[in-house]
Design a protein around this ligand. Structure first.
Ligand code: NCD
Ligand code: ZN
Ligand code: ZN
Length: 358
């Protein structure tokens, strides 16, 4: 045994699908997956079936948590550019604003002509963007002119990261995150994973993945981008004929990640590709700084750095019941989670529920 204590991890980017698509995930299963993965605080995105564009939708979402959350959960607001009058009403209940510049689950493309207005009107926490390729310089220009703190979600491409690093060096108030799937999978894996390797941004060739690892110090945080869809939806059961390409628009983008992020990172630690301090920076300090989150007292996790196991679809809390890492051997296992002095997870089991909406 080589058990170490780490601070409770923070995931700044998850999709718990509740309310509206609770057949994929709900607040109970999603937060259990978070705890099992070492995350004591997570931040949920606004691309629900009814997107979180109004105070009413946000209040409904908060209500849907009932007493079902086992970790702490914060929420983001969303916008296409036509709900600026709602911004002032949600300051107390949100941590940031999420904008989608590219096609992804929910099809919530922001009106690019309104970006300046949106940036200027938002006054609660950072603006988080899904921006790929030509959308990166577009956003950088808006950040430069408005001075608003902006976070680039799930950066995957070499050119995107290069542009972001350059802009950081110029002093722009920006941060960026990467997902574990963009660090531990490559475009090669698309062949074997099929629809289970379909996500936004798309997986990259080996050399681009190597670039992310080379510049890991320039990356501010890891975000799981936990994006559960059912196996049936991924397989297109009931409608997909043999030979239908994975690119078919009915096959949804996204993969789950809450339970696999930490073991994958700890495996990289065991291979000397990362240090434990880097894991804490990427999964705790970085996201906390982005969101201005206070440290919870007596909130920590314990991990066994020597324990080996095989990630399996059959051994997950997420309702979707699969992971693109099924069958992968990892070294480093979750052992215990304590929130505000209460033990909430031990030996693979959730013990009690003391999570709250933050
Ligand atoms: C996410 C989802 O399913 O909500 N999908 C994805 O492929 N990453 C949306 C997103 O984060 O872009
Ligand atoms: Zn996205
Ligand atoms: Zn996402």
């Amino acid at each position: 045994m080589a058990v170490v204590r780490l601070p409770g991890l923070v995931d700044p980017h998850v999709h718990l699908r509740d309310p509206g698509q609770t057949h994929k995930e709900d607040f109970s299963t999603g937060t259990q997956a978070a705890i099992a993965g070492g995350f004591t605080t997570i931040f949920d995105m606004p691309n629900n079936k009814e997107p979180i564009f109004t105070k009413k939708a946000l209040v409904e979402k908060i209500k849907a948590t009932k007493s079902n959350i086992v970790c702490d959960v914060g929420f983001y607001f969303g916008s296409l550019g036509d709900n600026l009058e709602e911004f002032g009403k949600v300051k107390k209940q949100t941590w940031g604003l999420k904008l989608y510049l590219n096609e992804t689950t929910g099809n919530l493309l922001v009106d690019r002509a309104l970006l300046f207005d949106i940036f200027l009107q938002w006054r609660r926490g950072p603006i988080l963007v899904h921006a790929e390729d030509e959308a990166v310089p577009l956003i950088l220009n808006v950040v430069e002119k408005t001075g608003k703190r902006t976070h680039f979600c799930h950066v995957a491409g070499k050119n995107d990261l290069k542009r972001i690093i350059n802009a950081k060096e110029k002093g722009l108030p920006i941060t960026c995150g990467v997902t574990p799937h963009h660090l531990f999978l490559t475009q090669e894996d698309e062949k074997t994973l099929g629809p289970f390797g379909k996500m936004k941004p798309r997986l990259r060739p080996k050399r681009e993945v190597a670039f992310l690892w080379k510049y890991i110090k320039a990356i501010d945080m890891i975000e799981s981008d936990h994006a559960p869809h059912t196996k049936q939806e991924k397989l297109g059961e009931g409608w997909r004929a043999r030979g239908t390409p994975v690119e078919h628009p009915m096959i949804p983008f996204g993969v789950p990640g809450l339970e696999t992020t930490l073991p994958l990172l700890l495996t990289a630690v065991s291979e000397n590709r990362l240090t434990i301090d880097e894991v804490v920076r990427l999964c705790h300090t970085g996201p906390k700084r982005l969101l201005g989150l206070e440290t919870e007292k007596n909130t920590y996790i314990k991990v066994d750095l020597k324990a080996n196991y095989i990630i399996q679809n059959t051994n997950l809390f997420t309702k979707c019941g699969w992971t693109p890492f099924d069958g992968m051997r990892v070294k480093g296992k979750m052992n215990k989670v304590v929130i505000r002095g209460t033990k909430v997870f031990e030996e693979g089991k959730i013990i009690t529920s003391i999570g709250k909406v933050i």
